[in-house]
Design a protein around this ligand. Structure first.
Ligand SMILES: *[C@@H]1O[C@H](CO)[C@@H](O)[C@H](O)[C@H]1NC(C)=O
Ligand SMILES: *[C@@H]1O[C@H](CO)[C@@H](O)[C@H](O)[C@H]1NC(C)=O
Ligand SMILES: *[C@@H]1O[C@H](CO)[C@@H](O)[C@H](O)[C@H]1NC(C)=O
Ligand SMILES: *[C@@H]1O[C@H](CO)[C@@H](O)[C@H](O)[C@H]1NC(C)=O
Ligand SMILES: *[C@@H]1O[C@H](CO)[C@@H](O)[C@H](O)[C@H]1NC(C)=O
Ligand SMILES: *[C@@H]1O[C@H](CO)[C@@H](O)[C@H](O)[C@H]1NC(C)=O
Ligand SMILES: *[C@@H]1O[C@H](CO)[C@@H](O)[C@H](O)[C@H]1NC(C)=O
Ligand SMILES: *[C@@H]1O[C@H](CO)[C@@H](O)[C@H](O)[C@H]1NC(C)=O
Ligand SMILES: *[C@@H]1O[C@H](CO)[C@@H](O)[C@H](O)[C@H]1NC(C)=O
Length: 481
């Protein structure tokens, strides 16, 4: 029989009181420990992992430990059920165990970036379509192959689905997207690199998803985006990426120009051609709304022709504009002066003529300008020197003339104490003449290319920050200081 002296009783009381106040004990009270059959399911999942190079699952062990505290496991504080498995990018190798089906309350499953293609012949396991509670499913960059199982269409609570591959050649494909149309709450859909080449009516399937905010269909082997939709459902869509598909029809006939609240549109490298559509400020009077919320517009590497429309100036939210490598002609319209929020402007490899407008100097947020390989004429406007954030200015291979003065470099005077900005300046292959400005020494430029112009006179002291200099093909004389 145990005998407690008053002294030992006091000791026990002190220990209990200390435990009550210790943080581990307090959190143990707040969160219920894990449900036994869910712990078994997690242990069974671990048995499907054949390699865990970083030991991420070391904490997953049979024994007294609360599985809600295991790496990557998040439980409900109220019920103790496992709600989330966050196992993305841990280089795990193996297979996705059926045992996950026992996690009946799982809402969030992230297995991205692991080589968990070891079952079902390398396919996405069909049983995942029975995990009814899932709201978030991320299977991106798992080297699955074969068809996307239509069972995924049973996940009627899904808000987020990512089956994309970051590598060029995903072996996943889907020949029929009707399974998608059941996902009524889907807000984010990323199938980048999944082969959808056989799905002619993909836009009709997508149009059945009224909650969609983000649609990432880059590199999907899509062959067209000119479907005619009876009525547009996608009133919430903000991000659309179709880059790297061979659409090969007039850009104006794409189905999405009615989505006037789009914020991000990427059509880079899609073989689209012809003049820009009305929605981007096309030539005809405004019949439909303009995409005035657009912040990001990439139409680079296509065969877009005609001019930059006047009404492009209405896209006043634009921060990123890339029209490079097209067949755009005419001048940069004066209406573009309203695009004062631009950070990135790339018009390289087009047929743009006329002067480089001085209003560009008012775009004080600009950090990247590439207008190289066009037919710009006239002087380089002094106002360029007012853009304080400029890191990259490329005016190579135009017909610019006039002289370069200190004012052009006003913002580069190194009142800035660091040379952290990798300032790149290329005005090669133009007809700039006259001498170089005297006081270049304290400019914060790292790479300066002024080759193949008609610069004359002596070479002044060069910027201290300089790492690369090209003055070849000019009429300069004297020593390099
Ligand atoms: C559980 O409670 C902790 C601590 O209060 C909190 O950080 C965590 O977000 C909660 N978990 C869930 C799933 O609500
Ligand atoms: C899983 O993917 C890897 C890498 O692509 C591949 O070598 C392996 O054969 C695949 N396993 C199965 C079962 O398909
Ligand atoms: C799950 O999806 C398959 C294929 O789409 C379908 O045949 C089956 O009826 C669905 N099951 C449930 C429970 O919805
Ligand atoms: C719009 O979405 C709803 C819900 O998915 C669907 O029933 C309807 O057919 C869709 N309309 C069109 C024109 O696709
Ligand atoms: C797009 O807008 C045009 C012009 O307002 C209209 O004729 C057309 O029906 C709209 N298309 C859809 C799919 O809503
Ligand atoms: C879509 O463009 C293709 C050419 O790529 C053309 O054959 C087809 O008729 C167009 N469809 C519609 C609905 O305009
Ligand atoms: C510029 O226009 C000429 C003639 O119109 C054309 O031959 C050339 O391909 C165009 N350049 C680019 C880069 O599209
Ligand atoms: C470029 O556009 C002009 C008309 O602006 C056209 O004559 C020429 O064929 C186009 N060139 C290419 C390569 O598309
Ligand atoms: C600058 O422009 C010249 C002339 O076109 C070109 O040869 C050179 O490669 C350009 N410099 C860089 C770093 O791109």
């Amino acid at each position: 029989m145990a005998m407690y002296t008053p002294a030992s009783l006091l000791l026990i009381l002190v220990v209990v009181a200390a435990e009550l106040h210790s943080p581990t004990f307090a959190s143990h009270v707040a969160s219920s420990s894990c449900i036994p059959h869910e712990r078994e399911a997690l242990l069974a999942f671990k048995r499907g992992i054949t390699r865990d190079p970083w030991g991420f699952l070391v904490s997953w062990q049979r024994g007294g430990e609360d599985c809600c505290k295991w790496n990557g496991v998040v439980c409900s504080n109220h019920t103790g059920h496992v709600l989330k498995l966050q196992l993305g990018t841990y280089s795990l190798v193996g297979q996705i165990s059926h045992s996950l089906l026992s996690l009946e309350h799982l809402e969030h499953l992230d297995l991205s970036g692991n080589s968990l293609n070891g079952s079902s012949g390398g396919r996405i396991p069909e049983f995942l379509g029975s995990m009814n509670s899932l709201k978030h499913l991320d299977l991106s960059s798992i080297p699955f192959s074969g068809r996307v199982p239509s069972q995924l269409g049973n996940l009627s609570n899904l808000q987020y689905l990512d089956l994309s591959s970051s590598t060029q050649n995903s072996l996943l494909r889907s020949t029929d997207l009707s399974w998608l149309t059941h996902l009524q709450f889907l807000q984010y859909l990323n199938l980048c690199a999944v082969n959808l080449g056989a799905v002619r009516d993909w836009a009709l399937a997508v149009n059945m998803l009224p909650s969609l905010k983000v649609l990432e269909f880059s590199r999907c082997s899509l062959t067209n985006a000119n479907q005619s939709l009876p009525r547009l459902n996608l009133t919430n869509l903000e991000v659309l990426d179709l880059s790297g598909n061979l659409l090969d029809h007039p850009i104006a006939s794409c189905w999405f120009w009615n989505i006037t609240h789009l914020k991000h549109l990427n059509l880079e490298s899609t073989d689209l051609y012809g003049p820009l559509p009305l929605a981007l400020g096309g030539i005809l009077p405004n019949e439909m709304g303009q995409l005035t919320s657009l912040n990001f517009l990439d139409l680079g590497q296509n065969s877009i022709s005609g001019v930059i429309p006047n009404c492009m100036g209405q896209l006043t939210s634009l921060a990123y504009l890339d029209l490079s490598q097209n067949n755009i002609s005419g001048m940069m319209p004066d209406s573009m002066r309203t695009l004062t929020g631009l950070v990135y402007l790339d018009l390289t490899y087009n047929n743009i003529t006329g002067p480089l407008p001085s209003f560009v100097g008012l775009f004080t947020s600009l950090s990247y300008i590439d207008l190289s390989y066009n037919h710009l004429t006239g002087h380089v406007p002094r106002e360029i020197g007012m853009i304080g954030n400029l890191e990259n200015l490329d005016l190579t291979s135009n017909n610019l003339d006039g002289t370069i003065t200190e004012e052009h470099f006003a913002s580069l005077k190194s009142l800035r104490c660091t040379f952290s900005k990798a300032m790149y300046l290329n005005i090669s292959n133009n007809q700039i003449h006259g001498g170089l400005p005297e006081n270049m020494e304290r400019m914060s430029v790292q790479q300066l290319y002024l080759g193949s112009n008609q610069l004359t006179g002596a070479i002044p002291p060069m910027p201290i920050s300089l790492t690369t200099l090209d003055l070849s093909g000019n009429l300069l004389s004297g020593p390099l200081q």
